[in-house]
Design a binder for this molecule. Structure first.
Ligand code: SAH
Length: 352
């Protein structure tokens, strides 16, 4: 009960984080301050990662001091509950939200890039059988500022500008549609990350893929396919019953028609389930002629799930068959595995 009440409070409070330059300027004026302080506030929130008004040293001391007592001026940053570096350079964060819920974020540095794997929900209701987050159940949607905060936290702690965003953390982004689209706008316009460097990954929610296409964003849509047939897909993805493969593929086609952008199909390879040479051919036939790219993800072992990662040989055979059909394919080598295995597992150990 108490948790629910707190949730309502944090979403209605509208923290400063997530507001545009114009909105921040209006807000400082409403506080009796000159409008130009809106620009300062914008810079301190989105570039200098200020955690409170008190941190903003260019503001007059007398004004800053008022905020200690004024909760409406709450910036809306989450608390870093745990920060873990893995040997390959990946940094994992557990963030504690205002109502005590915990969410996971990962910073992944590669040569000149810094990618953040962002969560959109606390837990996930989709319950995919091989996914650690799915095994943990669903708590709630993240608010817009709680999504944006993850990017700022990684930027602040890793002391490097974030260049890429993947919405591949906890949760199903298209089930938190408005906050997802709102957060993308802020990440793009206010934090300054190009839309083309942003990827949204979805397992597919009825009607939401065409709706997302109509936003006309330059982001990449990644669709978690995981099987070439309805039968196998429904074995591992419970929601496939309500949104069959044929309907999903139609929506993907519509997405390509509307946006002119190719889709990235994600395919988690599970030994003995979806990794046979015949299934590679079925997959090739399913997506032939489609503007797409296939991203194979060898299964990362997860507690409570009874799957196995295919052998390197099986992975390479699968790749070769797709290539024979002239399908663009890559294999995602997940990093950050040695400490807590796949994404979602770290939270599992701390928030049950
Ligand atoms: N809800 C979104 C984001 C999920 S995470 C979606 O379903 O697309 C990003 C990808 O990792 C998804 O394709 C997801 O199915 C996959 N994934 C989840 N757990 C995995 C595991 N243990 N091993 C390999 N891939 C996994």
């Amino acid at each position: 009960m108490t948790a629910n009440m707190t949730t309502n409070k944090t979403t209605q409070d509208l923290p400063l984080l997530g507001r545009s330059l114009a909105e921040l300027s209006e807000w400082v004026e409403s506080q009796g301050q000159p409008r130009y302080r809106g620009k300062q506030l914008h810079e301190w929130l989105y570039e200098k990662s200020a955690r409170s008004i008190g941190d903003i040293t260019v503001f007059p001391k007398s004004w800053r001091e008022q905020f200690a007592l004024n909760p409406s001026a709450e910036v809306g940053r989450s608390q870093i509950y745990l920060h873990k570096q893995t040997r390959d350079g990946t940094e994992k964060f557990l963030l504690k939200l205002a109502d005590g819920e915990i969410v996971e974020t990962v910073g992944i540095p590669t040569s000149k890039r810094l990618t953040v794997c962002v969560s959109t929900q606390v837990g996930c209701p989709m319950a995919c059988d091989f996914c650690a987050t799915g095994k943990g159940g669903f708590r709630r949607n993240l608010a817009k500022h709680e999504i944006i905060d993850q990017v700022l936290t990684v930027q602040e702690v890793m002391q490097q500008r974030v260049s890429h965003i993947v919405f591949m953390g906890m949760g199903e982004p298209l089930l938190n549609y408005d906050n997802l689209v709102g957060a993308i706008a802020v990440i793009n316009k206010d934090i300054g990350i190009g839309q083309r460097n942003i990827t949204v990954s979805t397992v597919g929610i009825p009607n939401q893929i065409p709706r997302f296409a109509e936003e006309h964003l330059q982001v990449t849509l990644a669709v978690s396919l995981h099987a070439p047939t309805q039968e196998v897909r429904a074995q591992v993805i419970p929601s496939a019953d309500r949104y069959p493969l044929a309907a999903l593929m139609n929506d993907c086609r519509e997405y390509v028609d509307i946006t002119g952008r190719r889709i990235s199909f994600e395919y988690t390879l599970l030994a003995g389930v979806n990794d046979s040479p015949e299934q590679a051919e079925e997959l090739a036939n399913l997506i032939r002629g489609f503007q797409s790219h296939v991203n194979l993800i060898p299964y990362n072992p997860v507690d409570d799930a009874d799957y196995k990662r295919p052998s390197e040989r099986a992975i390479q055979t699968f790749v070769r068959i797709l290539e024979d059909y002239k399908i663009a394919v890559s294999v995602r080598r997940t990093r950050g595995l040695e400490a807590d295995a796949a994404c979602g597992q770290l939270r599992g150990q701390h928030a049950r």
